[in-house]
Design a protein around this ligand. Sequence first.
Ligand SMILES: [Zn+2]
Length: 325
Amino acid sequence: MSQRIYAAIDVGGTKLAAGLVRDDGELLRRVELPTPVRGTADEVLAALAELLDALAAEPMWAQASGVGVGSAGPLDPQRGTVSPVNIPAWRDFPLVAQITAHPAVAERSLPVELTGDASAMAAGEHWRGAARGYDQALCLVVSTGVGAGLILDGRLRTGPSGNAGHLGHISIETDGEDCPCGSLGCVETLASGPSITRWSLRQGWRPGAIPPAGSDPAEFTSHVTAADIAASAVSGNQIAIAAFERAGRALAVGIAATAALLDLQVAVIGGGVSKAGPLLFDPLRRHLKRYASLSYTQDIAVMPAACDDAGLIGAAAALAIGGTG
Ligand SMILES: [Zn+2]
């Protein structure tokens, strides 16, 4: 008996990936290329076309029933356009139209479904990862920014604009730091990787190595990442520990608010900053007990993301279990 197969594409600022995913969520084939971030719009598209060519050369391509596309935002799913922050050549780029026009897709008139990367991750975690079996789930991606996607009543919900779940830009400090989104005191200004680094440096944290003589200290510290702060926290640095405490608390406030609004059962945390493990999860869970005070919010589970390759599997999941809007 032949099984249904979904083609999946994951557009990120670091890599472009494509795969074939079986209808039980198993990733059967995977190919990737580095994203030509300094390339022209056509060069980025050519890299994507090369990945689609590789998938279309697989015999099981014949069973593909659609193409799920997860992309870094901002994006407009109704117009099928994307403007990924880290791919400057693509601004209002007609990604859906371009994929639809790829010969292997056009020849079979395959539907193409575009989903934001955080929503795709939520769909992937619900299908194959930590949110499996839960009807009300919030899935966060804590990395350069703080993205999130929502599973409500067992379905992925992205809203009419495709952007529902943007927890990173909920303001939790009414007189807080300016946020690139235009608001201030957003969750992202306290919990993203760059905000953890920025705050640590402001508090006087410095990298272990001594800046080479004559080097610009600002340049020296510009390469610091949240992973450096995490390593420093593990070795007992109090500023670094406090930075993760602060980030965990901000996430707890955001999750508690979402739980109160939406009667959540689980919050799943993925993204690079979540790799800090207990450094982030311990304060997050501790503060959540304090902020999630209503009876129906007190038992919310907080779990690390568990779906390998959630970007690709999620893009296929959005197509498979869909229900966008
Ligand atoms: Zn914001």
